[in-house]
Design a protein around this ligand. Sequence first.
Ligand code: BYC
Length: 316
Amino acid sequence: MPVQHLEQIFQQKIDNETKIEAKDWMPDAYRKTNLRQISQHAHSEVVGMLPEGNWISRAPSLKRKAILLAKIQDEAGHGLYLYSAAETLGQSRDEMINDLHSGKAKYSSIFNYPTLSWADIGAIGWLVDGAAIMNQVMLTRTSYGPYARAMVRICKEESFHQRQGFEILLVLSRGSAEQKSMCQDAINRWWWPSLMMFGPRDSESTNSDMSMKWKIKRKSNDELRQNFVDMIAEQIKVLGMKLPDDHLQWNESRNHYDFGNINWDEFWNVVKGNGPCNKQRLDARRKAHEEGRWVREAAIAYAEKKNSKLKREEAA
Ligand code: BYC
């Protein structure tokens, strides 16, 4: 069939809200952009375990520790679903992981900031998972079937993550003066980086046009960022804390909150690998990968042994 014809059928499916599946014909650029986004998303889940992992052994109670462990294990699971979804597009997990470790592949800028106090664990759950959900609810309707299905389960788990983060901050916000100040300090440090998670301004977003046309994305970076600001500006009232933005103000005519300027130099600096923890994060991932080598080798040897036993039994 001529390519134009295939392209037409493909675009019709997109227009009719029929999901694109792994074995369907798709334009090369559609495959590439999905592979790029899904693998970056998988890397973000896995690297995102590190800042929180820092607090497992220092969680303030057994209950907090169990909750944090469960949350971090969820992130590992999200990484695995997403690597599997990405593999359906023709790249192996080993190749994707090599790209992460060599610095070729990106992962979310947010995970290059340090977790300095227990309140940071609350701020990550509330703000970082909150920003992630805002984006991922949209992605449950993304046009590539395996990605959309992975997102449904992930969103359910993220909403528990966000609530646990908010609850950590709620307890601190009602605690001693020192706890209140820890809570405010964490919000101050995580607020602006959370806004950067949505990506550059629409005018600077190189992938958005095609991704919107193909319904990989259904809302723009700025639109999602605005929805997030509107949600958090209300929720913070319950905490009795302040967002670190003097320009934050309800705008009657827009029916949205106005907010101050994002420091885009900081964003690009972090994306290019020069954030406060980029090196530490990649070193930790490479070390974990090396230390897990024997487990992978043992699993492969075991699978091969099992397979050859099965073949022998079949032949007998
Ligand atoms: N950080 O054209 P644009 C979690 C890059 S983890 C770094 O707008 P696009 C969690 C972008 O890749 C969930 N890079 O891009 C885990 C592009 O460069 P390339 C994280 C960024 O793809 C543990 C360039 O800038 N969520 O929840 O249309 C604990 C131009 O941007 C960033 C996801 O991964 C960034 N923030 O839109 C707690 C969501 N932003 O690739 C929580 C899935 C942009 O052309 N991803 N860049 O070299 C997406 O929805 C989209 O990829 C984005 C960006 C909205 C992020």
